[in-house]
Design a binder for this molecule. Structure first.
Ligand SMILES: [Zn+2]
Length: 179
């Protein structure tokens, strides 16, 4: 039986992560950062809330940080799978993730100067290399094209008009599809 587990984007609008598990394969839809107040941001520092050895692929719906900004954390933990998204999202997310890594480095430097951090030197959640590795994992998929992303899981992006490159929630698996 297939299950969908909400690992973020619930109780808060940030940190979107939905794990789709067919029993044979696992696909994570979105890999967003928690943003906002400190208790939310601290959730980014916990162990990733899924078994990365079982994760076959990630699908990004769009390039906002609360949908893609956690991806470099998976890379930092050694995950090396493909990340399927549209070309527009791939281009935008490359900028967003590089910027995010830069801001985290700045934040760590500032924490050092201000003496906030428990760690010496302060650690960023991820660095530029993790972000670049995430970008190299992108596998662009055209709008309207059906693509197999894992055993028994097909993907098809439709247009949603949220931001550049953002598909709707049209994706499907097996012989059926849903929007
Ligand atoms: Zn958005």
């Amino acid at each position: 039986m297939s299950t969908l587990t909400f690992l973020g984007g619930t109780g808060t609008v940030t940190g979107s992560k939905f794990l789709f598990d067919t029993g044979k394969s696992q696909v994570l839809v979105d890999c967003g950062l928690f943003q906002g107040l400190a208790p939310l941001r601290r959730r980014n520092w916990r162990q990733p809330p899924l078994d990365l050895d079982r994760l076959d692929a990630v699908v990004l719906t769009h390039a906002h940080l609360d949908h893609c900004g956690y991806l470099p954390v998976l890379m930092r933990h050694g995950w090396r799978g493909p990340v399927f998204t549209t070309r527009g999202t791939a281009d935008l997310a490359a900028i967003v993730l590089a910027d995010s890594a830069h801001l985290m480095a700045e934040e760590a430097r500032y924490a050092d100067e201000a003496g906030w951090s428990k760690h010496q030197p302060a650690l960023p959640l991820y660095d530029a290399e993790d972000a670049e590795r995430a970008v190299r994992s992108f596998r662009p998929v055209d709008f309207g094209a059906r693509r197999s992303v894992a055993d028994g899981v097909d993907l098809e992006f439709g247009r949603a008009g949220h931001i550049l490159g953002s598909p709707g929630h049209t994706w499907g698996w097996g012989t059926g599809a849903w929007s």
